[in-house]
Design a protein around this ligand. Sequence first.
Ligand code: HEC
Length: 277
Amino acid sequence: MVRLIGILVGLFFSGWLLVTLVVGFIAWASEPAVKTAEHEFHQHPKELSLASDGPFGHFDTQQLQRGYKVYKEVCSACHSLRHVAFRDLEQLGYSEAQVKAEAATWQVPGIDAVTGEANTRPGMPTDYFPKPFANDVAARAANNNAIPPDLSLMAKARHDGAAYVYSLLSGYQDQPAELLKEFPDAKTPDGLHYNPYFANLNLAMAPPLADGQVTFDDGAPNDLDAMSQDLAAFLVWTAEPTLAKRHQTGWPVVLFLIILSVLAYLAYRNVWRNEKH
Ligand code: HEC
């Protein structure tokens, strides 16, 4: 009796699965595939190779310094970098004194020592990078109703982060004529800008960089492509400043484990050498 009930319950569930499968398949097959402009014109990020790639990767501090300069002179007008403190810049190869002087070139929120009123003061190494807007309302008001996101973790937040940022910055273009022919309604709205690397093709950020906009102290190329790569490299660092250290600790650990395995194997051979097994 119990077995019969078991079989019936089993049959019921298998039947149920079969029915949902068939219904799902019919719905899928009968619905025509919807073609959208995003679907057809969105592009995957361009190839980007950085010194920090791969298990032996390390940071190219010269490049990070250039990326930092681009951030400071261009992106910081709209984007915060709230997880990074000025003292972290020592990892880019700056001395303690240089970091102190660099921090002082930024204005951070402070308090008037006499009146207690909010004001601003020069930054100190322990301060974090200041936010460009007082709050989200102000950020929206200044940016066509879109909030410029914080950039500290951007290289991790987006799929293929570094290559994505590089492609986005260097990928602005006019809307292709084929797109407008095929999707006349998909014209980029006023105030937005066409970029095939952005998920929905139009974003509120105007092209922030142009050839030659930032001059580098080391005389490195400063065309749009080079600056976009440097900035992407810098954002890989802000998202994971300890990457190089992790690689440095990782390899001795792997080596230690290999030696340990060899020793364990030799010990095993030794212990069992006179036994038949
Ligand atoms: C004038 C203000 C402004 C400047 C300057 C600016 N941005 Fe933006 N940025 C924005 C706004 C606004 C958005 C949000 C766009 C949207 O969601 O439509 C944005 C979005 C982004 C995004 C996120 C895209 C996504 O996938 O959501 C990245 C990455 C970015 N900016 C990088 C940069 C970098 C790097 C610089 C400096 C080279 C920079 N921005 C300079 C306003 C700015």
